[in-house]
Unconditional design. Structure first.
Lengths: 274, 359
């Protein structure tokens, strides 16, 4: 069964709902009006607590000048905050994700149907570095999968290098049409790390990077039900993770995946197909 | 009797007068397969099942008496005849049908390697193997691949404690196949084992692949410098039937061909080829892909045949290609290298390696 959270080529942000987590790359100045505003409007319509995270100081004033948004800010149903205030330095992504989960739960107790977050995190990625940000994205994705929240992460392509844009696309279950994911995406659903798309020799190093950012206590459970293609380089990456001490369990591998694994004839590790 | 002239010590005068007869020194008899240790690769050409059974049974009894592990892989009729002839010790032999046990050259090579490794680790002694190729009734390229398999045995198992006795029913094989037996086997016979005067080194035998036959009519072509992702799309569109609406693809075959196409194109990219062209086709009985590139080419005639090293993660692309595809052909030319890989419906749908249809 195809995982529910995987979407590619999202073009209409108003169609995103709870548990969606989309990477939205932009390279013009119109993303706020064209994407963020309709996205947030939809959240207000759904009685969600809407949060806008940005380093653009004019956003708050712009929203305040818009009748509906202004009144929502006054009521506290629309929050505007800076990147620094929300993410800090992300010294401890796990704690930050826990606090975020509690925030979502509190919003529900206050009568909201959930939380809708529009976040331009370009400056956060640049400040903290792609590796730390990838770790954060993999951590918070597990929270998004299990809590009443929808998140849109916006990135300015003009201010990030191509490799960073690729890896950011790979850590979101959904990506915008223009974002691209470099062939594959990794996300959390049902306690497993799902791989969707294709991984070959050129993208396997990125897969390794993203999977290592997904390691937590316990085995790494990788679900391949939505994977269109994996070649031996992807399994070499899994072998290395297992060789470094994390047991790996592969779910829904196809016969060709098992064949490739057997043909690799690498030193035995704790990796099994179930 | 051979006459030998003897001279008195210090006598340097020309020999004249009597000769003294010395008993002949008989030539050293050629050994039997039972006597030989280390790598022995010998062919037994026969015209009837009875001939094969008569030739091999004494050696098998000898091996079993020495407690050597014995593995027999023949066609069904010959299997049963030999088993009956071996008699009460037959249960100590591993018997298998050549059209059921790894009936594909590259996969059989791997399977035999696993047998040899297992025998060395757990049993010791000399592994004894009596087998015959699973020659299909299909295209001559498949038969040629079995001939290359025989040549590869000499390279892969050199130095290994294994006796390989290869049975050839010359009454039913084409003349050119029967002729190649002496070229790919260092010896013939089991008792005695006689060196083959026509034997060729495996690298010389393998280096004889000529130009590939013409591509199938209607093969779809993509030129330029095709990336792996596009090669996969092409396979999905053409071989997967999305474009042609052709015959249904056997389960798993499309996945295998996509891996094959990706590995071949990726190798070309890694080799720095500027031109990487891909052809793909789907016919009534097979599907395939060919990758042409202008890179430096494969200069190793054994490329993709040997089991990969467990110590190095790389260098597995062509090994995987040879294991997943039903037939891989490689040709070098002035323009570069062509590698053609095919998957046959009869093999995938029915496991039928004996009756792969002719193209």
């Amino acid at each position: 069964m195809r995982p529910a959270r995987a979407h590619s080529g999202v073009s209409d942000p108003t169609r995103l709902g709870l548990h969606d987590h989309v990477g939205w790359c932009y390279d013009g100045d119109g993303w706020f009006d064209d994407v963020a505003l309709p996205y947030m409007t939809e959240g207000l319509r759904r009685s969600e607590l809407v949060c806008c995270v940005t380093d653009d100081p004019s956003v708050g004033d712009r929203l305040g000048a818009l009748g509906d948004f202004g009144s929502m800010i006054d009521k506290g149903a629309l929050l505007v905050a800076s990147v620094e205030a929300v993410y800090g330095t992300l010294e401890d992504p796990t704690t930050t994700a826990t606090l975020f989960a509690r925030f979502v739960e509190r919003s529900r107790k206050h009568g909201y149907s959930g939380v809708r977050l529009a976040s331009d995190v370009t400056t956060a990625v640049r400040r903290m570095g792609a590796d730390r940000w990838v770790w954060w994205e993999r951590t918070v994705d597990a929270t998004i999968a299990t809590h009443a929240v929808v998140v849109l992460c916006a990135y300015d392509r003009r201010r990030l290098d191509a490799a960073t844009v690729s890896v950011l696309g790979s850590v979101h279950p959904a990506v915008s049409e223009r974002h691209g994911d470099g062939g594959f995406r990794v996300f959390t659903e049902g306690g497993a790390v799902h791989v969707t798309g294709s991984v070959d020799a050129f993208s396997a190093p990125r897969l390794a990077r993203v999977l290592r950012a997904s390691l937590r206590d316990g085995p790494l459970v990788v679900d391949l039900s939505a994977a269109e293609y994996l070649d031996h380089c992807a399994f070499v990456a899994l072998h290395r993770i297992a060789a470094d001490g994390t047991p790996v369990v592969v779910h829904h591998g196809r016969p060709v995946h098992r064949s490739i694994w057997q043909l690799l004839e690498l030193p035995p590790v704790d990796l099994r197909f179930e | 009797m051979v006459s030998v002239r003897r001279r008195a010590t210090g006598d340097r005068s020309p020999r004249r007068g009597r000769t003294t007869d010395v008993p002949d020194v008989p030539p050293t008899p050629a050994p039997a397969a039972t006597d030989l240790r280390g790598f022995v690769h010998t062919a037994v050409c026969h015209r009837t099942t009875a001939e094969l059974v008569d030739a091999v049974t004494p050696s098998m009894r000898g091996w079993l008496s020495m407690r050597d592990p014995v593995f027999v892989n023949l066609s069904s009729r010959r299997l049963h005849a030999l088993r009956a002839a071996v008699g009460r010790d037959a249960d100590r032999v591993r018997w298998s049908d050549t059209y059921r046990w790894a009936p594909h050259p590259a996969r059989r090579l791997r399977a035999i390697q696993e047998l040899v490794d297992g025998a060395e680790r757990h049993v010791g002694g000399q592994l004894r193997f009596v087998g015959e190729c699973a020659f299909p009734s299909g295209p001559p390229e498949l038969v040629a691949e079995w001939e290359r398999f025989d040549a590869m045995l000499n390279e892969v198992f050199a130095g290994s404690p294994v006796t390989m006795v290869c049975a050839y029913d010359v009454a039913s094989l084409p003349d050119d196949v029967a002729e190649s037996v002496g070229r790919t086997h260092p010896a013939t016979g089991v008792d005695p084992v006689v060196p083959s005067p026509d034997y060729e080194r495996p690298q010389d035998f393998l280096d004889t692949q000529g130009a590939l036959p013409p591509l199938p009519e209607g093969a779809t072509h993509e030129g330029g410098r095709v990336p792996p992702s596009r090669a996969r799309e092409l396979v999905r569109e053409v071989a997967g039937g999305a474009r042609s609406g052709g015959p249904a693809v056997p389960a798993g075959a499309l996945d295998d061909l996509m891996v094959v196409a990706t590995e071949l194109v990726t190798n070309a990219w890694h080799a720095g080829a500027g031109r990487i062209e891909v052809w793909c086709w789907r016919s009534e009985c097979e599907m395939g892909v060919q990758v042409d590139d202008d890179g430096p080419g494969l200069r190793d005639p054994y490329a993709g045949y040997r089991r990969p090293s467990t110590l190095v993660a790389g260098g597995r692309g062509l090994w995987i290609v040879r294991q997943l595809a039903d037939l891989v052909e490689i040709a070098h030319g002035e323009q570069g290298t062509s590698i053609r890989a095919r998957v046959f419906d009869a093999v995938r749908a029915h496991g039928d390696h004996a009756r792969v249809a002719r193209r």
